[in-house]
Design a protein around this ligand. Sequence first.
Ligand SMILES: Cc1cc2nc3c(=O)[nH]c(=O)nc-3n(C[C@H](O)[C@H](O)[C@H](O)COP(=O)(O)O)c2cc1C
Length: 341
Amino acid sequence: MKLGSLTLRNNLMAAPLCGISNRAYRVICKRYGAGLVYVEMLKVESFLHHNRKMMTLKFFRDDERPIGIQFAGNNPQWLGDACKMAEDEGYDIIDFNMGCPVPKIGKCGAGSALMAYPERAAKCFEAMVNAVKIPVTVKFRAGVNENHLNFLQIGKLAEESGMVGVTIHPRTREQGYTGFANHERTGELKAALKIPVTASGDVKEPEDAMRVLRQSRCDGIMLGRGVWGRPWLFREIDEMQKHGRVITPAPNSLERLAVLREHFELLLESFNITHACQVVRRYATWYIRDVKGSPAIRARMNRVNTREEFHEILDETEALFEQELREAPPEAALATSGVGR
Ligand SMILES: Cc1cc2nc3c(=O)[nH]c(=O)nc-3n(C[C@H](O)[C@H](O)[C@H](O)COP(=O)(O)O)c2cc1C
């Protein structure tokens, strides 16, 4: 898939996710087949201000490329300045957030709240595109609510201003994350635009991705919650598109623990031990959610405070799984391993 001058290895992107898409998450997503990863949404004024938290949030390394940054805001001048800075810092692509429904962002007239002000949005688009040579895209929702659906208008404004692609999460601002993502709207948007359209929302299985691609004829898929604890979903969708079926079996319980271990070590590259332990508790829940004995492991993991404790829990769990796999008849071993999930 091409987004302006940027060619991706496939059409699958890891969604920008506040509080989640840190370096560790991005490296793992990339390893399992994401064609493009993003740092989490950054408020434009905080980015320009360069505070300490921001330095951690925007930290990336070359092994994550291609990598995008995403801004939320509604001040064209600030957005243009931030884009220039992001280009100088080496990002490959910039996305503008017009999808975030949280009040903290909405009360500043940014995120999905900006969909109610298309003229202002168009000024932001132009300022961003004109400030840089790297590609600029925008991610938006279907509209503010069911009575104000203006995704086609926003998409056209984006295209006219020189944006090289759009992503739609076809829920309304009012919906937040309730209900379902109506990808018929993705299809309408695709039919109305010449630039690539990426679909975001409710893709949790390779079959979901194939259905959205087929029905909407969209160009790419952005994955959010579906890859939490299951980053190999990228690979599965890639294989499904290329070969019509998933070829590589999903990792078994032991392999999942190995991914979790690696995830933790990667977290330690960017965070101190206290922060890394807090973050890994959430990730651990995802990786072990449907393995045998997961409530007990989760309970222990929720109290983890040191690197040694973390590895000790995983060592013991691993020994348990190994024993189970040794003792179980072959069919049962497959069933507990998570293969085919
Ligand atoms: C915890 C959380 C954080 C999110 N943060 C962002 C963000 O920083 N930028 C953004 O464009 N979308 C963000 N989103 C929205 C997702 O990118 C995505 O559009 C939405 O979750 C629907 O896709 P999914 O069903 O694949 O999760 C966030 C969603 C969640 C659940």
